[in-house]
Design a protein around this ligand. Sequence first.
Ligand SMILES: *Cc1c(COP(=O)(O)O)cnc(C)c1O
Length: 379
Amino acid sequence: MQKIPTLDLKRNYARIRDEIADAVSGVLESQAFILGPEVSAFEEECSAYLDGAQAIGCASGTDALVLAMMSLDIGPGDEVITTPYSFFATVSCITRLGATPVFADVDPETYNIDLQQVLDRLTPKTKVVLPVHLFGQMAPLEAISGELAKRGVSIVEDAAQAFGSWRKIEGAIVRAGTYGALGCYSFFPTKNLGGYGDGGMIATRDGRLAERVRKLRVHGAGKTYFHDEVGLNSRLDSLQAAVLRVKLRHLEEWNEERRIVADRYRLLFAERELLEFVRPPVELEGNYHIYHQYAPRVKDRDALESFLEARGIGCRVYYPLSLHQQRCFSFLGYKPEDCPVSEMLSRETLALPVFPELTAEEQVRIADAIAEFYRSRNT
Ligand SMILES: *Cc1c(COP(=O)(O)O)cnc(C)c1O
């Protein structure tokens, strides 16, 4: 039986092979590898795509988060409220700068940060709220943005999984990563807009912050060899930018295809009367979810995972250990029960294959295998 991977980048490459070859060869002919015209062009195209926010390329999504926090002067004594149910970099960017992460639990339906808990955890030391638009769905930040502004607290969005996702706020479409003071994206190869190596980007509508980030990514130098402050070496390289320019042109279509995959899963689960065992992800009213991951909450998660793997169906657990329980953050003193929803999700969610090229036949096979698993358990 043919294997079904969780993500098959080779199928995606096959769709754009010629365009990529041209783009890469253009960079090779130019021999301009660091920043340069491809990066500027990509930044301009992203800026247009992000409705005019300035876009600044950097070396990774992790660096985008660090640069964003540095541009806000986050450091020792500052508190940053964030989610325990995310990738590690969401929190390491805080501790790396000597600031203190404060965890708010997440919503059991959308898996995004619980906004009431964010408000409950505000203190005079809170400088930033760092929500993650998890699995490609925006958190409804308009519910708290007024209160945060009143207190002088900035929003930095971790939009690493959400480039192209949006939410309707007061009748207008707002792209993930353009709502807060700064938004951070990752172009890690598995992301919806993925390069052929590491890459990242920061978006901001604040000209002063944009200038600061531009400087911070080149060792804090406003002018080469003249350093106003200590920054990072964190640039998007031209080969990645050339690849990403090609992929950006197709992104809307690919995100639409992911949404079709998600719709079809729901239908297939309903037809097989699986909805009491498999709870599909919830898309909040007004949201355009781009399904970076399709991760339902499932009964007997670990057994289902082994069952599917044995049948050649890829699936993965995001995330098996909440960030407030990571050994490197034990000094913060959190107990598992401090974020019970995150703990529950780490036991119950299972990410199924989702990518634009996944076929209907493959999805039927996946749904049939899941149905077989629960039938065998119940009889
Ligand atoms: C991928 C990811 C990052 C980090 O991006 P890299 O490009 O791998 O450094 C940060 N936050 C979230 C939520 C991510 O999914």
